[in-house]
Design a protein around this ligand. Structure first.
Ligand code: FES
Length: 452
């Protein structure tokens, strides 16, 4: 497959072959050209606060050890023993100053460097390589807002370049308080029988599905509209999508969110008044001074006008930083990130990380964890809807006739930037449309063709 996507992605008509959701050869190339090249989310450094702490995560189908080493830094090493390819870490997480392979006893530090092996000289027949050559394969790491990203592409773009203009918006979510984010407990993990791209492209601001797939939420009042307005039946359908380098976020007007959740409007207020009345999801009022200090005036204006609340990061991150009603009727918020880890052409692992700002009061963190679990956890009312659709799409792609169909992205209107919106990334405002999702596919195509 020298050019794996020209027949699958019809750029002129903006259609993608359904076969792309199944093809095993294409999947192998995705592992090489996307998952071995792109920056991937592996978790948060608050999961491994102490020297020796580690978690085992996936980069594509490769297991990696994410560990805090003696230098205090986060290191990411391939969890493959250089002796006979045994996994070094068998547990999902723990603390170890030495990682010793259970097969023949080779030992490694948390930074991946080789310490030694039992009967080292005898085993090597005197031809022992230098210890530097026997360490675990290392990934390139960047910690951004406490989130741990890694890539095998040591000579490729920095994470900052990879995020491009979208970093302006991600900073608003990950770098807005002095203490930064804190993870709330270990992640939830669920295996879904579907191709990873079903969830991946949906994460690029598929607003349309809210109206139908999540109709029960609308009917239940969790996303009810304000009476007698254009948003009455579908408030979440209106917003501002921002997109760049395949990444995207959906910003929902604060007025709409306020109307949806509290049945009130605060139109006509200044940015400061709006922020004070209804801070962005995940921000308690006592954290507002920190947010004002850490963000620019442009970022604060976006927060007051239409905070980014859902979306993703190319290629395999979905995020929701949302207002969320609690069972007792009060208004809470949930901060959640999912990573979509491929495990074959028809299977992926859906990992759910729950967050709060570190400086959030403990009782509010508990409420946020509850709200996130109820809404976006493995058994949450939102994700149960979504995870029901993805296997159907994958099954469609298995049929010899089904795979001849196409995914259609014709709802494209081009950029529509509100007058007072910052000049950052591509901006599409108004009713939901396909632009951001199509940009996801273009980014996918670019990477898949990069080595063709
Ligand atoms: Fe690890 Fe032999 S496979 S020491």
């Amino acid at each position: 497959l020298s050019d794996p996507v020209s027949d699958l992605i019809d750029v002129e008509n903006r259609e993608v072959s359904v076969a792309a959701l199944h093809d095993p050869d294409l999947y192998e190339l995705e592992m090489e050209r996307i998952f071995a090249k792109a920056w991937l989310l592996l978790g948060h450094e608050s999961e491994i606060p102490n020297v020796g702490d580690y978690v085992v995560r996936l980069m594509g189908e490769d297991q990696v050890i994410v560990a805090r080493a003696a230098d205090g830094q986060v290191h990411v090493s391939l969890n493959v023993c250089p002796h006979r390819a045994m996994h070094i870490c068998i547990a999902d997480s723990g603390n170890a100053r030495v990682h010793k392979c259970i097969y023949h006893g080779w030992a490694f530090r948390p930074d991946g460097s080789f310490i030694g092996a039992p009967i080292e000289k005898e085993k090597m027949h005197g031809e022992i390589k230098s210890k530097e050559q026997l360490g675990l394969k290392k990934a390139r790491v960047t910690v951004y807002g406490g989130l741990v990203f890694a890539t095998w592409n040591h000579d490729g773009p920095t994470l900052e370049d990879f995020l491009g203009d979208m970093k302006f918006y991600y900073d608003m979510l990950f770098c807005r308080t002095d203490g930064g984010l804190e993870i709330l407990g270990p992640p939830q993990r669920l295996t879904i029988d579907a191709n990873w791209k079903t969830a991946g492209e949906q994460s690029a601001c598929d607003g349309f599905h809210t109206l139908t797939l999540h109709q029960s939420l609308l009917e239940g009042g969790a996303m009810a509209g304000e009476e007698n307005t254009e948003h009455e039946s579908a408030p979440a359908m209106y917003g501002v999508n921002v997109s760049g380098n395949g990444h995207s976020l959906r910003c929902i007007p604060a007025d709409t969110s306020w109307a949806m959740m509290a049945g009130k409007t605060h139109a006509g207020m200044t940015d400061d008044e709006r922020l004070e009345l209804m801070p962005p999801p995940g921000i308690t009022k006592d954290l507002l001074p920190q947010v004002r200090k850490n963000l620019s005036a442009e970022q604060l204006h976006v927060f007051a006008k239409a905070p980014p609340v859902v979306g993703g990061m190319f290629p395999n991150v979905n995020l929701l930083f949302i207002y969320s009603p609690l069972r007792d009727g009060t208004l809470g918020s949930a901060m959640v990130m999912h990573s979509i880890n491929p495990k074959g052409p028809e299977k992926f692992e859906w990992v759910t990380y729950f967050f709060a700002e570190k400086d959030t009061p403990e009782e509010v963190k508990a409420m946020m964890r509850a709200a996130a679990t109820q809404g976006t956890g493995t058994s949450g009312v939102i994700e149960q809807d979504d995870s029901d659709t993805w296997p159907h799409m994958s099954e469609s792609a298995r049929g010899v006739i089904g795979r001849t169909e196409t995914l259609k992205y014709q709802a494209i209107l081009g950029e529509t930037r509100p007058d007072d919106w910052p000049d950052k990334a591509k901006v599409y405002s108004g009713f939901s449309k396909d632009d951001a999702q199509w940009n996801w596919w273009l980014a996918y195509r670019d990477l898949m063709l990069a080595e063709a």
